[in-house]
Design a protein around this ligand. Structure first.
Ligand code: FAD
Length: 481
């Protein structure tokens, strides 16, 4: 049985943040993820907003980790080369909405967040396309937007180059307390850990049940979204929310960190059994259109390039972030819904600190920095020439919409946590994220994966097991699965 000091269960933004923070210590660490990549759960499909921190109830863990986490984003994203912009956010209200804005303002101040209530004149300076019905707004200049899956992947990569291990397609199916630690069984193997951290998102209650901890009832709410083509960038400059209600922060319009525009999410309750299906519904999308019309009526829905959905998992009204009192050296992260993305870096630091203290781990003197990836669209003429001279693959464009080269795709396949599916390549380098949504580049990406991983084309998957894209014989020489 392979032995580790710490095993983290779940490769979302929270689990990878914990792993990265643990990699700052002299320890043998492992993250187990049941899916084919990290960032496939809630950390893939969310709004990507770095919330300023006025929304969470003062004194809660949500408020504490939100505010701490948001402050970490400028330096963290620069260090990990993750797309992030401090755009600021507006909570837009009509006449009559001032008392509700005032309450949010006071909560913001109590949480230590920079906020101000502004009038229509100021709103128009920030958002010229705002609905004529909007009279006031709460402005939070410190809010921002980030690529949630790129952050998750970068945290994973950074942890790996600093000695942590990640094993994909290994669902934890059994957890047993031993005299000095835990026997952790997956569908593929068995490991020993002195300390276990449950960061399994929608599966966290199930993991708790495996070790005899309380498995609180989780509630799940799907959020439907539209993504607009990057040619619509500029229709909004900040994150524009409506006034929040009992369902949450409401349907927003925002720029994405990668240059698109996002519309959504709804909040539709779904049962646990379908929580990970992330199905968009016609009714949900209709609600998004309605909500967007009340904020930015000129949004051009003809520029929609994709719809998607993500599922929030909540356990009561606050995050559960605590060491088990029943099971020694077992840490629980349950109900990490919004603002979990914003909070993740601060949660990671905190949890790694608790585990390090329990095991007496010593901090390394320094961590190896994560090298930046090459991006054709962000490089100068000179950098492009140098790159092509060093490897001609950087001169071959594979994804025409997003201008992604073969060289960048090869980097993704050879990265510290290698991409081995079409969607994993897409999340790392954006091949297939543009207007044609992979219509042109997907077969080329499949060929490159097949060549690099030395597996037949028929075995190339979109994502998880069973998602082979072209498993059947369509012409001579094409191999059956
Ligand atoms: C619609 C929506 C909008 C949101 N918007 C925002 C926002 O704008 N800003 C913000 O701050 N937050 C936002 N959030 C919240 C944020 O996305 C989540 O808090 C965060 O992604 C949770 O991360 P996680 O790592 O806990 O969970 P996940 O990303 O779900 O990761 C958990 C992982 O555990 C794995 N797993 C489960 N069971 C097992 C097992 N038995 N063995 C191994 N692996 C297992 C899963 O496959 C998964 O990869 C939003 C969430 C949603 C759904």
């Amino acid at each position: 049985m392979e032995k580790f000091d710490v095993i983290v269960i779940g490769g979302g933004v929270v689990g990878t943040a914990v792993l990265r923070s643990l990699a700052a210590y002299k320890a043998k660490t492992l993250l187990l993820e049941k899916a084919s990549d990290v960032a496939t759960g809630a950390s893939r499909a969310n709004s990507g907003i770095v919330h300023a921190g006025y929304d969470a109830e003062t004194g809660t863990k949500k408020a504490l980790f939100n505010v701490k986490g948001a402050a970490m984003f400028p330096s963290l994203t620069a260090e990990l080369h993750v797309p992030y912009q401090k755009t600021g956010s507006l909570v837009a209200a009509r006449e009559g909405g001032l008392p509700a804005l005032q309450a949010l303002y006071e909560r913001g101040v109590a949480n230590g967040v920079k906020v101000e209530v502004i009038d229509r004149k100021r709103i128009l300076e920030l958002e010229p396309n705002i609905s004529p019905e909007i009279a006031y707004a709460l402005y939070a200049p410190e809010a921002g937007v980030v690529s949630p899956y790129k952050l998750t992947i970068a945290q994973a990569d950074h942890a790996v180059i600093n000695g942590a291990e990640i094993r994909l397609e290994e669902k934890v199916v059994s957890l047993e307390k031993t005299a000095d630690g835990f026997a952790v069984r997956t569908e593929k193997g068995e490991y020993f850990a002195s300390y276990v951290i449950n960061a399994a998102g929608a599966g966290a209650s199930e993991v708790n049940a495996l070790i005899g901890e309380d498995a609180p009832t989780e509630t799940h709410a799907v959020g439907d979204y539209y993504i607009l083509d990057s040619k619509e960038a500029g229709v909004v400059n900040t994150v524009v929310f409506p006034l929040p209600d009992e369902k949450g922060k409401g349907i927003l319009v925002a720029p994405t960190a990668d240059g698109n525009v996002i519309l959504g999410p709804t909040s539709r309750k779904v049962p646990h059994e379908v929580a990970e299906e992330n199905e968009v519904t016609r009714e949900g999308l209709a609600l998004v259109r309605e909500g967007v019309g009340r904020l930015i009526p000129c949004v051009n829905l003809r520029s929609v390039i994709r719809v998607y959905a993500g599922t929030r998992t909540a356990v009561g009204s606050d995050f559960i972030i605590e060491e088990s009192k029943k099971v020694k050296n077992y840490f629980m992260l349950l109900g990490i819904c919004s603002p979990g993305l914003t909070s993740a870096p601060a949660i990671g630091e905190y949890v790694a600190g608790v585990a390090a203290e329990a095991l007496g781990l010593i901090k390394k003197e320094k961590m190896r920095p994560l090298p930046a990836r090459f991006h054709l669209t962000k490089a100068t003429e000179e950098e492009i020439e140098d790159k092509i001279a060093s490897d001609s693959a950087y001169g071959r464009i594979v994804c025409r919409c997003e201008k992604v080269t073969e060289g960048e795709i090869l980097e993704a396949i050879r990265s510290p946590l290698p991409a081995h599916t079409v969607d994993a390549v897409k999340r790392r380098v954006r091949a297939g994220m543009g207007r044609c949504q992979g219509g042109f580049c997907r077969p080329r990406v499949m060929e490159i994966l097949s060549r690099e991983l030395n597996i037949p084309l028929s075995k190339i998957r979109l994502g998880d097991k069973g998602s082979e894209i072209a498993p059947y014989e369509v012409k001579d020489g094409y191999e059956k699965v």
